[in-house]
Design a protein around this ligand. Structure first.
Ligand code: FES
Length: 111
């Protein structure tokens, strides 16, 4: 079940340091990724086969080294940060499911 609106996911400072924060609670799996200065949230399920994108669940595995696109570690699908559109790989043209989040002061919360 998705967390209720207003649920605190992480601090703004944490997201700035790591670039990606995973959220696992009550069967819901999502992640928040920093897109320049905007937090973007997505359900952590690749459109290709529903697997969590990070493979071994390390935050550092959710983006390319350049941090320009979201990357699925299973079969290499790549996604735009701002829309979740898959721009390469086996699910090209599909989207990650959006999980709206926003910055509120020093925290990142669900909308
Ligand atoms: S599970 Fe993501 S590309 Fe195959």
């Amino acid at each position: 079940m998705r967390p209720l609106p207003g649920t605190i996911i992480c601090t703004w400072a944490e997201l700035q340091v790591t670039g990606t924060v995973l959220y696992r609670q009550d069967g819901f799996e999502g992640f928040v990724i920093l897109d320049d200065y905007v937090p973007r949230g997505y359900v952590d399920a690749c459109p290709h086969n529903g697997m969590p994108l990070g493979g071994d669940q390390e935050e550092s595995d959710y983006q390319t080294r350049e941090q320009d696109v979201i990357l699925c570690r299973w079969h290499g699908a790549s996604f735009l940060k701002d829309s979740g559109l898959c721009i390469g790989g086996p699910c090209a043209g599909e989207h990650l499911a959006s999980w709206p989040v926003e910055r509120r002061g020093d925290e990142v919360v669900t909308v």
